[in-house]
Design a protein around this ligand. Sequence first.
Ligand code: KIV
Length: 257
Amino acid sequence: MEDFRERKRRGERITALTAYDYPTARLLDESGIDIILVGDSLGMVVLGYSDTTQVTFEEMLHHTRAVARGVKRALLVADLSIGTYDTPAAAVKSAQRLLAAGAQAVKLEGGLSHAAQIEAIVREKIPLMAHIGMLPQSVREEGGYKVKGRSAAEAERLLADAAAVEKAGAFSVVLEIVAPETARQITAGIGIPTIGIGSGNDCDGQILVTHDLIGLYPWFTPKFVSPEAQVAEEIRRAARIFAERTRDSSRRGSSSG
Ligand code: KIV
């Protein structure tokens, strides 16, 4: 984990993407991505839930095991899903279960409010990635995915959150949909790397939901994502060609195989 602080000091950017299954994890690992996250975004882009609040811990464990089989080189981080880290003792127990499923580090949402959980996890020598800014597990209370840290008061709170998670022992912190100027100030103000998502270019690294990056969830793409592929279109095209080939060959009375 010291390596990540060192990379920040050297100004080397950190790359992170999500994976939820074996082939994606293996492909990302082979592509040289530094951190592979089994995010609870799993709930939306793989399981078809409306948000991450419906993801169960059993689902996180199941997908972490699949991803772990595909990762040889990258750091494998898994999300503590909602309701699994309400107390320090629960947080430690849940983190240990993710490690037993193959994760090397865990992530939880919250800053100052969750310093005790972070300290408890780190005390057990489990590397912890923090997550502040827009917190998807609180989307219902928040009433949507809104930019954080625009006002001076919110920026102050986020700076305090970032300092608290660093003090509690986190090795890095995700900044989700944080106003770029606030993300820049946080990045300059702490010694652990900030990994931004929708938070501008001045973070120490960037993370995206892989489905957004590769165009595999075409029904919704966050504004801040520039997809690098259109995999959904490729799937539709291949399925259409297969269907046409099958229907044509059955009309001719032969097999499509
Ligand atoms: O669940 C997730 O994929 C995440 C990233 C978006 C940071 O938490």
